[in-house]
Design a protein around this ligand. Sequence first.
Ligand SMILES: [Zn+2]
Length: 243
Amino acid sequence: VTGPCCPCPSPRPHPSLPAGKGSRECSGPTRVQGLCSADASGNSSSEDSPSVFTFLSFAPRNPMKWLDPQTFYFNFDNLQYAYGRYHCYLCFQVEREVNGSLVHVDMGVFVNQSADDNCHVELCFLSWFYAWLSPDERYHVTWFMSWSPCSQCAQQVAEFLKKHSNVNLSIFAARLYHFKDPEIQQGLRTLKRTGVQVAIMYFSDFLYCWNNFVRHGGMRFIPWKGINKNYWILVTTLEEILW
Ligand SMILES: [Zn+2]
């Protein structure tokens, strides 16, 4: 098993949602810190490590705009051991720095497309992002992921950030993917060493995703049983991996 993936729903933008959402000044979730990949890794972009950007072999896909409530509840359930979640969902927001403030650029959702699909969501995002990012802007990217990255994706993301020191990334994962696998643990440490904020989704992050990525039709987010207890279990596990 190389990653959580299987057939995915096609993008279904919803006309009745507020158009202003995409144009607001976006301050992002409160726990997102301004970690800078260039700062954290010392000199980041000068070395010419052999490029292994497999995401470049994937044609850029457009992200979905919204998740259905059921899809969100099922796939973002923060269980320590989750069965039947073959998709990996990645809700992202991209902001850029303008005069010291963060301005919303775009947001959306990627999902693994099929069981044969080698383009994990992280690489789907990079392929899409790489197609338009400017070297002259500074970007703050936030991912809310149903599963934390696999080792190969972690490596790709770290390489990408080393070569694009104008991009910093925060990852909030609902669950830890194969967290006992030493290679996957190493991948998470590599991300952290590269300057990525790697964290577990907290209640406020689920709420943020519900409000910004779910076609909820006015329904309030109803936290599932154990959401906080599960959070603390996962945080403890992640801390043990990262330290
Ligand atoms: Zn992966």
